[in-house]
Design a binder for this molecule. Structure first.
Ligand code: B12
Ligand code: SF4
Length: 521
C-alpha cells in the first residue's frame, strides 16, 4: 500500500525544518508499504492539487498531522481527500486533545476516518496493518499500564531515520531564487538544512499554557547517547559528502532537563567528533551552569532557544513558570554570548499582568542584553491545558474554538488589563522594533569584534526570523527587505571583500583593483 503523510503549512513561512513525526512514522512503517512525505511548508499545494497528487500516486492511506494552529487547514485537506474517496487518519497534539472534533462526534462535520491519540510510535504499525486489510478502527491509543496511564515509548531502542539518503532538497532554508547567489559564498551555502532530532521526550515543569506535560507526560525518557551520536555521525557524513551546510535542531522541550545526562551526552558527542552546529531549547534556570555552557559550545551548540515568556515575575507566577527568573535573563545571555552562543528568546504577550506599553518595556530590556533573536507570541489557550480550563471556567474565552477560525495574533481571550486589540498592537510593535533595519545594524555592530562570518550569520538569521511575523515568501518581499537593510549589507560586503582581497594577497594571487561594491545609501 502507498501511504501519503501530509503536514499542512502555516501560511506564513514556507521553507523551514521538516517535521520529525513524518520521518519517524516513515521509519516505523512495517515493510511492504511505500511512504511518500509532503510537507506543505516546503511543497505548497492547494486542496485540488493534493487530491490529484494522491490519485496519480495511487495512495491507499493518507496520514495528516497538525498542531492546533494548522488544524483548520488540516481538516480542509482531509475533507477534500475523504470526499475523493481516500481513507484519512490523523494524529498529533491537536487531535489527541480534541478527538471528537476530528471524528465528528461533537456535532460538527467528520474530518478523519481514524485518529491516533498521543505518541503513535507503537500504534502506527497497527493502523497501517488495519488500513491495509480494510479494517480501520476509529481510535488508536497507547496501551495502559497497571495504574491506567498511557504506556509511553521508551525510545530505547530508537528507530533509524535514514537521514543519509533522504531527499532533503525541498527543506532547504534558502529560498530558491537565492540559491545561485549564495552558492558563490562557498561550498554548501546554496543548500542549508536544519534537521530535527530528539534525544528525549517529556517535561515535568507543567507550565500552565503548555501541552507538553499533558501530552508526553511528566516522566522523561531518553534515547541512549550511542543512538544520538550514531545519528549525528551519519548526518555529518552526509554533510561532508555533499559539501552542504547541515544544522541539527534538538527538539527536546528542555535538552538539559537532566543535567547529568545532558553533560554525558555532550561529552560523548565531543569524544566521537560528532559535532554539527546545533540549536536546542533549554530553560534559563538550567543555563546557570558554567560547565554546561562550556560543553554546549564545544559540542557544536550555536543557538539556544529560551522560553523567557515575560520580564514580569507576576506573569511568570501566573502561568506556573516561576522557576524561570526574569532578573537572571541578562546574566544568562552574557554567559552564552561569552562563548559565541546566540540566544533565541521567546516572549508571550497578553498575560494577565500585561498592560499597554509591554512591548516597549520588553524591547528596552532586551536591548540591554547581548543581542539575540527575540520572538513574540501571545498567550494562547490550547485545548486540554490548565490555562484553557482556567479561562473556560471563568467564562473568559471569547473564541472557545479559536483554531477553527484561526486569526494570526488575535487572542482568543482578553487579558485582564488590556484588550485583545491592544495585545495585537503590542505584539506587532515588538516585532517591528526588534527587526527594524536600524536594530539589525545595531545587533551586527554590537558584535563588531567577531569574525565577519559570524556577524554575517547573525544578520542573515535576523532577516529570516523577521519572516516569522512579517510574510516574506515572495521574491519581491525579499528584495524589499534587502533594500531596507542596504546599509548593513553594504558594510558587511565591503569588509568581506577587503578581507578576501587581503587573504588573496597573502597567498600571492592576483586581485581585482577595486571593490565591486557600492555604498548602499
Ligand atoms: C520543533 C517544534 C517546533 C518547530 C517547528 C516544527 C518542526 N518543523 O518540527 C518550531 C520551533 C518552528 C515550532 C513553532 C511553533 N510551535 Co512548536 N513545537 C516543536 C516541538 C518542540 C517538537 C515537535 C516534535 O517534533 N516532537 C516530537 C514528535 C515525535 O512528536 P509529535 O510531533 O507530537 O509526533 C508524535 C505524535 O504526536 C504522533 N503524530 C504526530 N503527527 C501524526 C500524524 C499521524 C497521521 C499519526 C498517526 C500520528 C502523528 O506520532 C508522533 C510519534 O509519537 C513541540 C513540543 C514537542 N515536544 O512535541 C512543540 C509544539 C508542537 N509547538 C507548539 C506551538 C504552540 C508552536 C507555535 C504555535 C509557538 C508559537 N507561539 O509561535 C509555533 C507555530 C509554528 C508554525 N509553524 O506556525 C505546541 C503545539 C500545541 C498544540 N496543541 O498545537 C507544542 C506541542 C509545544 C507546546 N508548548 O505545547 N515548534
Ligand atoms: S518548561 Fe517548556 S516544555 Fe516544559 S512545561 Fe514549561 S513550556 Fe512546556
Amino acid at each position: 500500500m502507498k501511504i501519503l503523510l501530509y503536514n499542512p503549512d502555516n501560511g506564513v513561512t514556507r521553507n523551514f525544518m521538516p517535521h520529525l513525526w513524518m520521518f519517524l512514522l516513515q521509519a516505523l512503517t512495517p515493510p511492504g508499504h511505500e511512504v511518500i512525505l509532503v510537507d506543505g511548508n516546503a511543497k505548497a499545494m492547494d486542496d485540488e492539487e493534493i487530491v490529484r497528487f494522491a490519485r496519480e500516486q495511487g495512495v491507499g492511506l493518507v496520514g495528516i498531522g497538525a498542531m492546533t494552529r494548522m488544524v483548520a487547514k488540516a481538516y480542509r485537506v482531509a475533507d477534500a481527500l475523504r470526499a475523493a474517496g481516500f481513507k484519512v487518519v490523523m494524529g498529533g497534539p491537536h487531535v489527541t486533545e480534541c478527538p471528537d472534533e476530528a471524528l465528528g462526534r461533537d456535532g460538527g462535520p467528520r474530518h478523519a476516518d481514524a485518529v491516533a491519540l498521543g505518541e503513535a510510535d507503537e500504534t502506527w504499525p497497527l493502523m497501517v496493518a488495519d488500513a491495509a486489510r480494510g479494517e480501520l478502527k476509529e481510535v488508536y491509543e497507547p496501551e495502559r499500564d497497571a495504574k491506567g496511564n498511557d504506556r509511553k515509548p521508551s525510545l530505547q531502542p530508537y528507530p533509524t531515520i535514514p537521514w543519509e539518503t533522504l531527499e532533503l532538497d525541498q527543506f532547504s532554508l534558502v529560498p530558491s531564487f537565492f540559491r545561485p547567489l549564495l552558492s558563490r559564498l562557498g561550498a554548501g551555502w546554496g543548500q542549508f538544512h536544519v534537521v530535527p532530532m530528539e534525544t528525549g521526550r517529556g517535561c515535568p515543569y507543567g507550565c500552565e499554557f503548555c501541552t507538553v506535560t499533558g501530552f508526553f507526560g511528566d516522566s522523561i525518557r531518553f534515547r541512549t547517547n550511542e543512538s544520538v551520536v550514531e545519528e549525528l555521525l551519519r548526518l555529518k557524513a552526509r554533510a561532508q559528502r555533499e559539501r552542504g551546510q547541515v544544522a541539527v535542531f534538538f527538539i527536546d522541550d528542555n535538552l538539559a532537563i537532566n543535567m547529568k545526562r545532558v553533560k554525558s551526552l555532550l561529552r560523548d558527542i565531543i569524544a566521537a567528533g560528532a559535532q554539527l552546529p546545533w540549536v536546542a531549547q533549554i530553560s534559563a534556570n538550567l543555563l546557570r551552569d558554567e560547565e554546561l555552557c562550556d560543553l554546549i559550545a564545544e559540542s557544536g551548540g550555536k543557538w539556544v532557544f529560551i522560553g523567557m515568556e515575560s520580564i514580569d515575575p507576576a506573569n511568570m507566577a501566573d502561568v506556573n513558570k516561576n522557576f524561570s527568573k526574569p532578573s537572571e535573563y541578562g546574566a544568562v545571555l552574557e554567559r552564552l554570548a561569552r562563548r559565541d552562543i546566540y540566544a533565541i528568546t521567546s516572549f508571550i504577550f497578553g498575560m494577565d499582568n500585561d498592560t499597554v506599553g509591554v512591548a516597549d518595556r520588553t524591547v528596552r530590556e532586551i536591548e540591554s542584553w547581548p543581542p539575540g533573536l527575540p520572538v513574540f507570541g501571545q498567550l494562547t489557550p490550547f485545548p486540554a491545558t490548565p490555562l484553557y480550563e482556567r479561562l473556560e471556567k471563568a467564562g473568559r474565552l471569547a473564541r472557545p474554538k479559536h483554531w477553527l477560525d484561526f486569526a494570526p495574533f488575535v487572542m482568543a481571550h482578553a487579558p485582564l488589563k488590556m484588550t485583545i486589540e491592544e495585545a495585537r498592537v503590542e505584539t506587532r510593535r515588538a516585532w517591528e522594533a526588534s527587526y527594524s533595519p536600524e536594530r539589525n545594524r545595531q545587533a551586527v555592530e554590537a558584535i563588531a569584534d567577531h569574525h565577519i562570518q559570524y556577524r554575517l550569520s547573525v544578520f542573515v538569521s535576523r532577516l529570516f526570523f523577521r519572516g516569522i511575523y512579517f510574510p516574506q515568501m515572495t521574491r519581491r518581499a525579499w528584495l524589499r527587505l534587502l533594500y531596507d537593510n542596504r546599509r548593513t549589507i553594504s558594510s558587511l560586503a565591503r569588509e568581506g571583500f577587503s578581507k578576501w582581497r587581503a587573504s588573496r594577497r597573502r597567498s600571492g594571487e592576483a586581485v581585482p583593483a577595486a571593490a565591486p561594491v557600492t555604498s548602499g545609501d
